[in-house]
Design a protein. Structure first.
Ligand code: FES
Length: 159
């Protein structure tokens, strides 16, 4: 006498797992796939929108360079934490620094040596070399930074 090698009962059709079990397995796989896809879409968007991490701006003192690096009547941009800063070497050779963030809509400002002003290209805003808004839409002066010399090295920190 032979013994059947499967679990089927003689005379009955072979049993499949109940359809509710298969449905649950599919639901779990679909859920995992959905959340994986969602993470791959949301994570890059969130990383793009959040500013890069850095030490708090209040704690930052930045070495910008050496005195010889800055020609008279020039402006140099640098990073001050997550924000840009600008170091101006005036026509007389004095060093002044500001956050290079326009007080209108936060565009990055630059130095215009031909006019001797700090200029915002977004809406043609202008600041004098003390950082005071003199024309265009900027409502307030630029945020001043403190410039310190240690030997020949130039350091900038919040004023
Ligand atoms: S953002 Fe600078 S003038 Fe508008």
């Amino acid at each position: 006498m032979s013994v059947p090698n499967d679990r089927s009962v003689p005379g009955e059709a072979p049993t499949d797992p109940p359809s509710s079990v298969r449905r649950r397995i599919l639901d779990v796989l679909l859920g995992v796939s959905f959340f994986t896809w969602l993470g791959s879409v949301v994570y890059p968007v969130v990383r793009y929108l959040l500013p890069p991490e850095g030490p708090a701006l209040e704690q930052r003192t930045i070495r910008v360079g050496e005195v010889k690096d800055f020609k008279k009547n020039s402006g140099t941009l640098f990073r001050m934490g997550a924000k840009p800063g600008i170091l101006i070497c005036t026509p007389s050779g004095e060093l002044r620094a500001f956050l290079a963030v326009c007080t209108h809509l936060q565009c990055t400002v630059q130095y215009k040596p031909d006019e001797g002003v700090i200029w915002c290209a977004c809406h043609n805003g202008r600041y004098n070399l003390q950082g005071i808004n003199i024309s265009g839409p900027p409502p307030r002066p630029l945020t001043p930074l403190q410039v310190k010399l240690k030997g020949n090295e130039v350091y900038v920190s919040l004023a």
